[in-house]
Design a protein around this ligand. Structure first.
Ligand code: MF3
Ligand code: CO
Length: 250
């Protein structure tokens, strides 16, 4: 698939999708508490999506059954909401969602603690993963490379002794959820494809507190760390300009 350069009108449309994704995530975050199930989060998201009159991006995507991905603790990404999965004090839960408005996609994820009693190492994992996304975004501008983004993310993560997942990467986004190019969270400065104005990318570091290796469970979706260590995930949709990134899911 080729890389699709967006016009400024298209980027404006994606700003709307991005803003709605943010609104849904902020709404759902309010339902994260000990005793809630990941299906409660899904139901909250569905209500918000219906109220806003937008289309969910994930439901039906390659047969995915829900509007959210909810991934707890050692789950890395693509956890499927379930009435049997109860959030407990001290857990961390990644909430990932996307919408389609007027044909254009937005995609973003956050990882949040459940309750106040979060272990220092889990809190540090959240802080470092979020910081790595911010550093990745700071590396974006026309003329920079994909390797600049990956290296920026990887440096932040590995300086803290955490590891970056290799099997899943960020992606271009537009009138499809996944467009070229792939956007790895690792790499070397100056290497890889040059970024151009009008590219729109999802940067989404998945960071493990232990080893980087992951495996997919028998449900065909849920990715978990092989060593059982905690994992966090943050994602933004960003547009490339001459001066830097414009975060569309802010
Ligand atoms: N943010 C994820 C991604 O970009 C979510 C996709 S989940 C799926 O890959 F269900 F839609 F596949
Ligand atoms: Co994504």
């Amino acid at each position: 698939m080729a890389i699709v350069i967006k016009t400024s009108q298209e980027v404006e449309k994606m700003r709307r999708s991005g803003a709605v994704v943010r609104e849904i995530l902020e709404y759902v975050r309010g339902f994260v508490k000990s005793g809630a199930t990941t299906m409660d989060l899904e139901n909250a998201a569905v209500r918000k999506i219906e109220e806003l009159g937008v289309k969910p991006a994930f439901k039906g995507y390659h047969g995915y059954p829900c509007v959210l991905c909810t991934s707890i603790n050692q789950e890395v990404v693509h956890g499927i909401p379930s009435a049997k999965r109860v959030l407990r004090e001290g857990d961390i839960v990644s909430i990932d969602t996307g919408v389609i408005i007027d044909g254009y996609y937005g995609d973003s994820a956050i990882t949040v603690p459940v309750g106040e009693k979060i272990a220092p190492k889990a809190q540090r994992l959240l802080d470092v993963t979020k910081a790595s996304l911010e550093r990745g975004i700071q590396a974006v501008r026309a003329g920079a490379t994909l390797g600049d983004i990956g290296a920026a993310v990887q440096n932040v993560v590995e300086a803290e002794g955490f590891s970056v997942v290799r099997e899943f990467v960020g992606h271009g986004i537009g009138t499809s959820l996944h467009e070229d190019p792939q956007v790895p969270n690792f790499g070397r400065r100056g290497q890889g494809m040059k970024l151009r104005e009008g590219m729109v990318l999802c940067i989404e570091p998945m960071v493990n507190s232990g080893r980087p290796d992951v495996q997919v469970l028998a449900d065909g979706w849920t990715a978990v760390t092989q060593d059982g260590s905690l994992s966090a995930h943050f994602e933004h949709t960003v547009a490339v300009t001459k001066d830097g990134a414009v975060v569309l899911t802010q």
